[in-house]
Design a protein around this ligand. Structure first.
Ligand code: AHG
Ligand code: MN
Ligand code: MN
Length: 349
């Protein structure tokens, strides 16, 4: 008689079944995450084709790239990734509706399919300026509950604070493809085993060190920043002999997914503050499908996430594509950045 010996590595499927048995998720949320993970595998394959697949460059016609609601030129892969996520999630019966960076408004699940209880928001391809130069990009997603009694959700039904997220995650398409997920019980990483086509659990319970000596910011915006950010970064740059008493290193991939993956792996602070260029819009990064899912993942890994003036997850959204300033990562460093804002605001009140 042969016995079945469990392998030491768990697949995402097994992990999710165990989360369901532990009472952390229900079967529909398990299906939802499986479907998103499958879509990410497809996106990973498309991204990996590069120039051979004809997937690089702008969407639209030559000289007239198509624009999304943000007024940003769409890359071919932005559109492909959006279509893959939409198609994968349309028919499973687990969702009531979807919203994406690349679509002006949310879309309810079509009448021809059953509608479920969840809302899915996503940035189908994050860091798309990096696509054509073969640097890591990713997908970010957030799951909310469809409000009680709502059968055809509209944009307003998505406007829930980040504390209401039931699950959040991202998938990074880099040297390897890694899915990082939380369902509110820790943050876990799954690496795609390309030979068997499954995501395998590679880090259970990621932990961001509270202290760091590494920061991520687009320094070319320095002259446009507000005074508290100017003061904060000036002190980081002053190093060992400055008020912070230690040297800092800087990294900026310009793919939020890649920058956040680095700080989840080895600590750090990521920031996209208000600057004179994005101030009128409220910031650069989008609350609902960039800042909030990353904030949940980071908090679940022991880190912190803030706008500089408020805990990110407590911001009450006012628009699907709303933008916010972002500071997230190592807890003590985020607290340091927040302190510069608090002191500046107190001095100028
Ligand atoms: P997206 O490609 O989804 O529009 O997001 C890009 C975002 C984020 O990934 C990154 O951190 C930031 O924009 C890069 O901004 P800069 O171009 O100012 O470096
Ligand atoms: Mn993005
Ligand atoms: Mn994007």
């Amino acid at each position: 008689m042969s016995s079945i010996t469990p392998t030491s590595r768990h697949s995402l499927t097994r992990f999710l079944i165990e989360e369901e048995r532990a009472g952390h998720i229900g079967p529909d949320l398990r299906l939802l995450i499986e479907v998103v993970a499958r879509a990410c595998k497809r996106i990973s394959i498309e991204v990996g084709k590069g120039a051979l697949g004809g997937v690089l460059g702008d969407a639209g016609t030559p000289g007239a790239a198509s624009m999304n609601i943000q007024g940003e030129a769409q890359k071919k892969l932005d559109v492909i990734a959006n279509d893959v996520l939409m198609e994968a999630n349309a028919w499973g019966g687990h969702l009531a509706g979807l919203a994406s960076e690349e679509m002006d408004h949310s879309v309810p699940i079509d009448d021809m399919y059953p509608r479920g209880n969840y809302l899915l928001l996503f940035d189908p391809l994050d860091g798309s300026s990096n696509i054509d130069v073969n640097i890591s990009v990713g997908t970010i997603f957030s799951v909310l509950r469809c409000p009680e009694g709502v059968t055809v959700p509209a944009d307003e039904h998505y406007l829930q604070p980040g504390t209401s997220q039931l699950a959040a995650g991202y998938c990074t398409y880099g040297p390897n493809t890694t899915l990082v997920l939380t369902v509110g019980h820790g943050t876990h990483a799954f690496t795609l085993d390309r030979e068997i086509g499954s995501f395998m659990l590679t880090t259970r319970g990621m932990q961001i060190p509270a202290e760091t000596q590494e920061f991520a910011v687009n320094m070319s915006n320095q002259r446009h920043w507000q005074p508290p950010m100017q003061a904060y970064v000036a002190d980081l740059l002053a190093g060992k002999t400055g008020p912070r008493g230690k040297d800092f290193n800087m990294r900026w991939v310009a793919s939020m997914v890649a920058d956040v993956h680095r700080l989840l792996t080895r600590g750090g602070i990521f920031s996209y503050p208000l600057d004179a260029k994005c101030e009128a819009k409220g910031g650069k990064l989008r609350l609902m499908y960039e800042a909030n899912p990353m904030a949940m993942l980071v908090e679940q890994a022991g880190g912190a996430a803030s706008t500089g003036r408020q805990r990110m997850l407590e911001v009450q959204p006012t628009g699907l594509h709303q933008r916010v300033p972002v500071f997230l990562g190592s807890r003590n460093e985020v607290e340091a950045a927040v302190t510069y804002h608090r002191q500046h605001d107190a001095a100028t009140a």
